[in-house]
Design a protein around this ligand. Structure first.
Ligand SMILES: C[S@@+](CC[C@H](N)C(=O)[O-])C[C@H]1O[C@@H](n2cnc3c(N)ncnc32)[C@H](O)[C@@H]1O
Length: 182
């Protein structure tokens, strides 16, 4: 059965219900502005990039799965592949990562895989963000969370942790928002 956010996403022309998580974070922290360059990591099917474009940003979407959304530039890539750096360039105002592993139900391995994706997105953000750029990243709560939190904190002036309203209560996901890259 489709929940209220899925129905709302479809009726408003978005590719996924995840859009409401980003919208919630953006409304709280004013993260996406007109003319911003935004790198969307783990972007498929593309609702976060759709939202960024609607707000007047330039969105570059990276995923192994395809992204087909109006005005969004799609780069097919595995984020662990260093070729990515040549493809995406630098000078971003925002790096946002909603990348998630395929879950297995084995808690430790799911948490570890989420941590690896999040850490990689942070490495990418460190290289491609402008000074004072912002960063959004999903991570599963669990044993690796504190280590990741500490790493993000080292690189940004402010750090927020948020569970957006559209995030399912039973999901272990949580989002970290790094504000003003040092
Ligand atoms: C929850 S979905 C993202 C939804 C997206 N934010 C939206 O609103 O449409 C997570 C995505 O992470 C991607 N992903 C996972 N591992 C990846 C990797 N190593 N490289 C690139 N993308 C990856 C998956 O293919 C999947 O599309």
């Amino acid at each position: 059965m489709k929940d209220k956010f899925t129905k709302k996403a479809l009726s408003e022309g978005y590719k996924a219900r995840s859009v409401f998580k980003l919208r919630d974070m953006d409304r709280k922290f004013n993260l996406i502005k007109k003319g911003n360059r935004v790198l969307d990591i783990g972007a498929a099917p593309g609702s976060w990039s759709q939202y960024a474009v609607e707000k007047g940003a330039i969105a570059i979407a990276v995923d192994i799965e395809s992204v087909n959304a109006h005005k969004v530039k799609y780069i097919k890539a595995d984020i662990f592949d260093d070729v990515l750096f040549e493809k995406v360039g630098t000078g971003y105002d925002l790096v946002m990562s909603d990348a998630a592993p395929k879950t297995t139900g084995i808690l430790d391995s799911d948490n570890y895989n989420s941590f690896k994706l999040s850490s990689r997105s942070l490495d990418i953000a460190k290289k491609v963000l402008k000074r004072k750029g912002n960063y959004i990243c999903k991570i599963f709560q669990g044993e690796y969370f504190d280590e990741f939190h500490k790493e993000v904190k080292k690189n940004f002036r402010k750090l927020k942790t948020i569970k957006p309203e559209a995030s399912r209560k039973k999901s272990k996901e949580i989002y970290l928002i790094g504000i003003d890259k040092l």
